[in-house]
Design a protein around this ligand. Sequence first.
Ligand code: ASP
Length: 462
Amino acid sequence: MERTLIGKLGEHIGKTVSISGWVDVRRDQGKMVFFDFRDRSGLVQGVVLPGSPAMEIAKDIRNEYVIRVEGVVNKRPEKNAQADRQNGDIELEIKAIEILNPSDAMPFDISNDTSGIDESVRAEYRYIDLRSKRMQKNMKVRSEFIRRCREYLFSHDFTEIETPLLTESTPEGSRDFVVPSRLNPGKFYALPQSPQQYKQLLMTSGFERYFQIARAVRDEDLRADRGFEHTQIDIEMSFVTMEDVMAAVEDMVTTVVEAMGHTIKQKPFPRISYKDAMEKYGADKFDMRTDDDKLSGVLAYAWVVNFPFFEKTDEGGWTFTHNPFSMPIPEHIEWLLAGEHIGEILTTQYDLVCNGFESGGGSIRAHKPEILEAVYKVMGFSAEDLQERIGHMLKAFRYGTPPHGGIALGVERNIMNLTGETMLREVQAFPMTRGGQTAVMNAPKPLTDKQLKELGLKIDTK
Ligand code: ASP
């Protein structure tokens, strides 16, 4: 018999159906055995009545067994109906059960919120943890958010393009994860901290509106809202001003989160300068919600603009605050080119903050070689170093690169705001532990001698 989804059982009252799924709960009452069955579409109660041929097998079944069940969908008597539950008005009278796969006892209780369970145990059994209601919801919210962003971008004439994973180090202010090259012993690729340079090169190629649901990898100290890996909705547009990018992103975010049932505190999103934000909130990521807003899940977005382009390094030189590929604000281009008033130069960077998190950030880029060169000179690069680092970008900018700008929205931080989660790992399917261990699988781990030899590597942990 063809499988019926549990969520559709209400359409089959009085009929015999077959369902497949997991045993959510089993309650053995001696003469009768009750079950809650679960599949991707929901839950339903089933009962094995006295004398049913399924009684013997029902006694053997435990929670989380995978089963196929045949039964009759009965309307529950009025007094037993549970209006507040999915399928609360029906019950499956079980005629036959087939065990598709038994299950060991669960390593922890998945019928409740699992956030209190030891992190390493949850990581080891992440595939089970993900069965819990909260994790199922978080993954579905994530999928819906990405789907809606994608749909929005496609309907606004963007092209989705993938950029390489094995690439050259691009400075985003973090350490790189590196990959040794077997074909070039002693040489290394870097995993992308972002697709920054490739997306700009796509502007040179004439893809005026690019986006990518991009993985970005940064070797940073792990924190609640930061992991080694994250996903970003990465966008780049040609012939745009700050206003154009901010307006496009604001419209996308508003369209997407409102369609998902959320309320935005203030529209259009308020704008505040970095200086005013620091004076008012003491931080450039701030939370404008009242206690009531927090309870009702309101999203308080704001744009932060007018960041300083450079800050002092510990050694007394200059480095970029956000993105070395940015353009200064038009009034400060002359200063940059002349190497004057460095500490006062403002960048075209715009950060989107929401509920205390930085949910996105981007800028208008330097699309002329002399401007990008000037940035690297301020940071103390010699003509030679500069060629080695960004020579390929300077070259590309000499072949008709349009003015352009873009942004990246952090998927995890946005999903944390949509779900109320405060830990990044609650919105990723297989996050690392705080110690940097992968979920379920055992990495990082040593290479075999054969692998080391092939890669021309020697380990020295002294
Ligand atoms: N590349 C930047 C980042 O990943 C975002 C951008 O400026 O588009 O943070």
